[in-house]
Design a protein around this ligand. Structure first.
Ligand SMILES: Cc1cc2nc3c(=O)[nH]c(=O)nc-3n(C[C@H](O)[C@H](O)[C@H](O)COP(=O)(O)O)c2cc1C
Length: 501
């Protein structure tokens, strides 16, 4: 007779047998791993600590995520510490960004920036957030009136995902800012939000190349025909990898990305390490003027400075041709800029940081009498109001950021941009991971971030006694020296007299 009791006992029996088999299999598996570990000769840890040695790699992987929560102090983490990131997260969520008790920033190390408050700050109500600036006023057929001094730096479709671009595009529009396409070409997602767009021309000319990979005037005209495409930026180099072209690992080259770039899906997308047709200053001037003639829009270039003399020489050559041949803007990127993928030796060792290159670039423009003609855009870890205000004090016309905006989208600095495994959906094309990034929601965060940066740079400006961010100058910031004393920026970098044209 089959009773409930005997059925229960039978199930229990089967469960016990399954459990014993599972334990047995696990033991056999562990014995296998043990033997493999102790007999292999490549890894000392596994040889000395069979089985548990494997956890090291797992914990190392998890450490990237957990270190920031449990172990590091507010100002220890790199590339961005918790204090910098928290400011962005809070600004993006538009929640209160005041702190209590006192500064956790050590004000004494050499290089620290201190702003020069005045006895009689400008009243907050005098604030004007951002005056528009016209780029290419007398050179381009369609000059561009840029309304925000804080904008989105180049990040290609490929390096970042579709929802990330959509969120940036809509967010930029809401905040009157521009979005730079990066070198991966123009996509429908850049156009969706209807924001101002800077189209970047990388060394592989993605989006504007002909069948042979050369710059196509026809494609340039097609891109320029989009009203929202306001300017063209020739990418000479980027801070994270000067002398190396864009790198998109095969794992991230989806069919859609391959189509937009005109390359093969599933293969590494490596751009040449320089524009093959630009090998000297004359070539660069020719290229700038050619693109401006074809598109009718302002044209400039992006570079990280290494050789401190080159920019002066370039500007001298421009002068010999005539002021009208000058680039409409130059983007100076910092050696410690970010990238979706770059070799560590270039990331860590090549190029000058923005703290050194920005004053150099601006002074070179003054010295050559081109300051009025050429606008300067600065980028490189300028993600908090203090850093943006410093750049404005030095003389930048615009500041752009890439990673600040990634954080506004929720980036947790997991450092996996090149692996297609970004846990926040920003730098991955894995649909499951992108699911977490809701473009519409995040676009408000992008907008809040821009508006809060502009607002708080304004707060610094008021403290320094001027009404707007654009009035900040070198007398408004001091830099702490190794002696511990601070020196005014205007003494460190006396603004050269503008050479008469
Ligand atoms: C994911 C990612 C992708 C990028 N792609 C490009 C690119 O296509 N072209 C470019 O000129 N710079 C690119 N950059 C560099 C940024 O535009 C910027 O110059 C640099 O990161 C410094 O700004 P940040 O410190 O605010 O990030 C990229 C940076 C990141 C993080």
């Amino acid at each position: 007779m089959f009773t409930t009791e005997s059925f229960g006992l039978e199930v229990l029996g089967w469960m016990a047998i399954t459990f014993i088999i599972a334990i047995g299999l696990l033991l056999i598996f562990l014995v296998g791993v043990y033997i493999a570990d102790v007999t292999q000769t490549k890894q000392a840890i596994r040889r000395n600590y069979p089985i548990i040695g494997h956890f090291r790699y797992y914990f190392e992987h998890l450490g990237t995520f957990f270190r920031q929560y449990f172990f590091t102090m507010d100002r220890e983490e790199m590339p961005f510490n918790r204090a910098q990131r928290s400011w962005v997260y809070r600004a993006a969520k538009n929640i209160q960004n005041t702190i209590a008790f006192g500064s956790t920033r050590d004000l004494r190390p050499a290089g620290s920036v201190l702003f020069v408050n005045t006895a009689f700050p400008t009243l907050g109500r005098d604030a004007v957030n951002s005056q528009p600036v016209v780029i290419g006023e007398n050179s381009a057929r369609t000059p561009f009136t840029a309304r925000s001094f804080f904008n989105i730096s180049g990040m290609s479709f490929g390096a970042i995902s579709k929802p990330a671009i959509q969120a940036l595009s809509y967010g930029a529009k809401k905040a009157d800012a521009w979005i730079n396409t990066g070198e991966g070409g123009l996509t429908p997602y850049h156009l969706e939000g209807n924001a101002d767009i800077v189209f970047q021309i990388g060394t592989a000319k993605y989006g504007v190349r002909d069948k042979n990979g050369k710059l196509s005037d026809e494609k340039l005209r097609e891109i320029a025909a989009h009203e929202n495409v306001r300017m063209f930026e020739i990418k000479m180099s980027q801070g994270a990898k000067p002398g190396k072209g864009g790198m998109l690992p095969a794992v991230k080259v989806s069919a859609e990305i391959a189509k937009i770039r005109g390359i093969t899906a599933g293969e590494d997308s490596i751009s040449p390490n320089r524009h093959p047709e630009i090998e000297n200053n004359d070539n660069l001037i020719e290229m700038i003027n050619h693109i401006r003639d074809v598109t009718g829009k302002p044209v400039g270039f992006k570079a990280v400075l290494g050789d401190t003399i080159w920019l002066r020489e370039f500007l001298q050559t421009v002068k010999q041709h005539g002021k009208e041949y000058a680039p409409d803007f130059i983007t100076i990127d910092s050696a410690d800029g970010g990238s979706g993928a770059a070799p560590m030796s270039l990331m860590d060792y090549v190029g000058l940081p923005i703290q050194e290159s920005l004053p150099l670039a601006i002074d070179a423009l003054f010295e050559t009498g081109l300051r009025d003609r050429v606008k300067i855009i600065a980028s490189g870890k300028l993600i908090n109001p203090s850093e943006v205000a410093w750049a404005m004090c030095v003389g930048a016309d615009f500041i752009t950021s890439a990673r600040g905006f990634m954080m506004s989208l929720g980036c947790i600095q997991a450092l996996q941009c090149h692996q297609n495994t970004c846990p926040t959906g920003i730098t991955t094309h894995d649909r499951k991971l992108q699911h977490g990034l809701v473009a519409e929601q995040k676009s408000s965060r992008v907008c809040n971030y821009i508006q809060n940066i502009r607002y708080e740079v304004g707060v610094i400006a008021h403290s320094c006694g001027v009404a707007t961010a654009r009035e900040l100058g070198r007398s408004h910031a001091r830099i702490v020296q190794p002696s511990g004393k601070s020196v005014s920026l205007k003494d460190l970098y006396p603004q050269p007299q503008e050479e008469m044209p």
